[in-house]
Each structure stands twice: as structure tokens, then as C-alpha cells.
Design a protein. Sequence first.
Length: 420
Amino acid sequence: MMKEKRFEWNPWLILKQNQSLVKFGVSFLLVGLVFRFLYTSGTTTTTSPSSIAVPSLEENSLDDAEEIQILHKGKCDLFIGNWIRDPLGPFYTNESCPIIESPQNCMKNGRPDSGYLYWRWKPRDCDVPRFNAKKFLKLMRDKSWAFIGDSISRNHVQSFLCILWKVEAAVEVYHDFEYKSRRWHFPSYNFTVSLIWSPLLLKADIHEDRNGVASSDIHLHLDKLDAKWADQYETFDYIILSGGKWFLKNIIYFENGKVVGCHNCKGAPEYGFDNAYRKALKLVFDFVINSEHNSLVLFRTASPDHFENGEWFSGGTCDRTAPFKEGRVKLKDIDAKMRLIEFEEFKKARVSMTESKTRVNLKIFDNTHLASLRPDGHPGLYREFHPQRRNVKVHDCLHWCLPGPVDSWNDLIMEMVLRS
Ligand SMILES: *[C@@H]1O[C@H](CO)[C@@H](O)[C@H](O)[C@H]1NC(C)=O
Ligand SMILES: *[C@@H]1O[C@H](CO)[C@@H](O)[C@H](O)[C@H]1NC(C)=O
């Protein structure tokens, strides 16, 4: 059964400490939360600073639209479109879903506007129905699903579970010490959902304390998958894999157990996070394609942030209350770069997929563009409850409010499952 502490961001801390310490610990932790999932130092990225998603008046040519069409073989491209008004509003509330973690529970944390809840994603050339939880669960009888990645995957799994929760409450059947990897079961449907914490997808030694503050650089093995997900891979029927911003952290890279370079460190040559990300995706896709296991694997592209007037560490904020219109926004350099690598590696994987006799069905879930149009969907200041808000120094413009835009990702996933 769900624990009483389910609203807390970090249950193990709460179990151990007294109330006031907890408060301090949790608030410090929340700083860590953002700290952890963003860059671990001010000098981390080599790209230009903060060319944030500010609406630009020139029409943005969707340069790769044509290419994406090819990947979708004539079917309507689910990922090109707009956010349209949806009077139906969210599937669940801060009250009906017991597993929304505090930092994403914007309503509960006092976010005053609610307009951001009344939008849904509309592909340009077709309509995608709203997620049908009952139909979905029926389809998923005796199946198992895994979300593999970083805190955005955790964000996503919570949205997914909250929607299904309307039909049946899930039972938590596993969690690791830090509640980072978890598993739930829907008893009437014998449907299992796993969340696997693997922010870099590869074998990594992460030296962070519980506040997300790095005590030393991450050691990342570019030639080894993270066994945490790879060892369980064959037990899943559906998998959503994702990489993302963790690759921007200070990392020392290893191959064959030897240092081959690093990103933002001293003492080893700069390897380039892009080269490392490319290598990681290649290893992951090769593994998926060469596996005998029959499954649907969706690779979710990186989720963009919307810090404006600074970065997370320099007072960046996100106060918008409505989506951008298609074509009115340009991806930040770093997000564009990541998405490009993701697409290039995915396309190579598709080629080897058609050449081999793989049984896997690997698809791309191109969330970057549609998410980039939702500057209004982040907790910002409302990542914690504090009446005066004086203590909230770091805004969260990376994760997403729940309910919020992530709920629409599930509409698309259902469509992808039905199409597969
Ligand atoms: C949910 O949010 C509403 C405001 O939208 C608030 O009045 C209510 O107290 C919240 N409930 C919980 C359990 O946080
Ligand atoms: C539940 O589903 C799993 C596969 O996910 C299967 O191995 C097991 O036999 C199922 N249990 C029942 C009672 O049908």
C-alpha cells in the first residue's frame, strides 16, 4: 500500500529525522532537486548563455519536419502541432492523486493561476483522443511497462499513474532505499509499471550527497550500460527510455576502465558532452536492436527547460501563464543540440533495425518541440509551499506541474501504442 509519506519528496529523510530538521532538510533538498538535475556548476555548458525560449517573431521553419514525416511513413506526425484550449481540464487533481510529489504539486503549493491546466496537444494533421484510462488498462492486462531515465521520467510516471488511478489505485510493490526506482501494480489488470532511476543510461558512479550536491565528478563508463535497467530489460513489454540534461554535468568518461576525457573537469581533455551523449545513445540503441526481446520501445527526446532572465543558479524564472504558439519559439542551443543528436542516432538505429531481423519496435517520442511550447507548465516559484515565498530562491523551470502539460504526453503514448 502507499505509504503515509507519499506526498513527501524524500520519504527516507522524513523517516529518520525530527520535524524541524525535516523542514530544513526538505527545503535544502529542494534546492538540491533543481541543483541536481541541472548543471552542477556555473561553468558547465560550453554553449552561449541563456538563449532561452523567448518568442521570436520570425516564423520558425520546422527544418526537420520533412524528415520526421519520413520516419512516420505517411501517417500524421503526432509531434508537429499546437496546444489548443481544452475546457475539460485535467484528468485528476491535487486531491485525487496521492502520488504527486510536493515539488510538482503546484496547486497545493499555491500557484494562483489555473489557465495552464486547460490545454491539450493537437497534432497539425490529425486529432489525438484524450487518454482513455479504462481502455488502456484493458489493453495492458498482464503487461509490464518501464520508465527509464532521470527526474523527468519520474515526473512522467506520476502523471501516467495519476490518470490510471482514476480507474484503480495502484499498489506500490517495490522501492529502492531512496525511492528513486519504484514499481507499482494494478491488481485487477495485473499491470505493472516500473520507474527505473538511470539518468545517464550507462554505468555511472555518481558522487552526490542527499542534497544533490556533487562531492566529485561523475564517473561514466561509455562502454557499459547501466545494469539497473539492462538486466531487467527482457521483463518489460513497453519501455520509455530517455536521456537528457544529466549529460551536461561534470563528468569523467571511461572506456575499458581508462579515462578517455571529461566534460568540465580539470586534468583530462574535454571530450564534449555531445560526443558522450552520442556514444551513450548508440550503445543503448544497439542493445535494444540486438536484443531478442519483443517489445515496444519509445525513446523520449530531452525535455527542454524555460528559465528566463538567467539560469537556475542565477535567478532565472518562468512566470508565463499560457503556451507559445507553434513557430513562435526557438529551442535553446543546448536543447536543439541534444535533440539533433537524438534524432541522428535514432535514424542510424532505424537503418540497422531494417537491416537486421530485430523483433523490437523502436520509436521516437519527440517531446522536445511540443514541450518547448509550454513555458507556463513549470512549478517555478511554486515548487514548494511558502506563504511569503521569500525563501524560494531557486525556481524550477525544468520539471513540470502535475496536473500539467505532461498529462498530454500520455495521449500521444496511447496513440503510439495503438499504432504499433
Ligand atoms: C488543492 O488545491 C486547491 C487549490 O487549487 C487547494 O484549495 C486545496 O487545499 C489543495 N488540496 C490539497 C490536498 O493540497
Ligand atoms: C501477471 O502478468 C505477468 C506478466 O507481466 C505474468 O507472468 C503472470 O502470470 C500474470 N499473473 C496472473 C495471475 O495472470
